[in-house]
Design a protein around this ligand. Sequence first.
Ligand SMILES: [Zn+2]
Length: 173
Amino acid sequence: MQTLKYLAGYPDSLLAQVRELIDGDRLGPMLASRYAGSHAVRNDGQLYDYVQDMKSRHLRKSVPLGKVLYDGKLQVVKHALGTHTAISRVHGGQLKASREVRIASVFRDAPEPFLRMIVVHELAHLRHLEHDKAFYQLCVNMAPDYHQLEFDTRLWLTHREMGGDGKSTAPEG
Ligand SMILES: [Zn+2]
């Protein structure tokens, strides 16, 4: 049985359901039906505006933003999302220190809600280093459906890595 590396830390019962979807070739269609279309945040300048806009709506009093960029070398699990476990954490430290927001390039071609999720995640790290309760509370303040979006993003990354194109197959765009 293959490891679902993007979903490490989630309960076995949930992973069993995911495996069922994968085995039945239903994961891609399910994602496509829920997340259609792409977004217009194509380059680092547009990404900066997108992040700044979100920040000024939710974290006005926080430190000013530094550089914002799509990073093609960022490994999503190791550096962007971290492993989904309650206490452990590893990434984010440098980002906080430098106030940079690096978004893995894979999100350039993701549905907009997934980009929103990862931006919210990185903005929350401007205030909280760890993936602790306060961190996720802030994420939810910025995006009420944060937990669902993070899970679905992990599903999308899983699907994509298994050869799905990860993009919407909805009829028109
Ligand atoms: Zn994180």
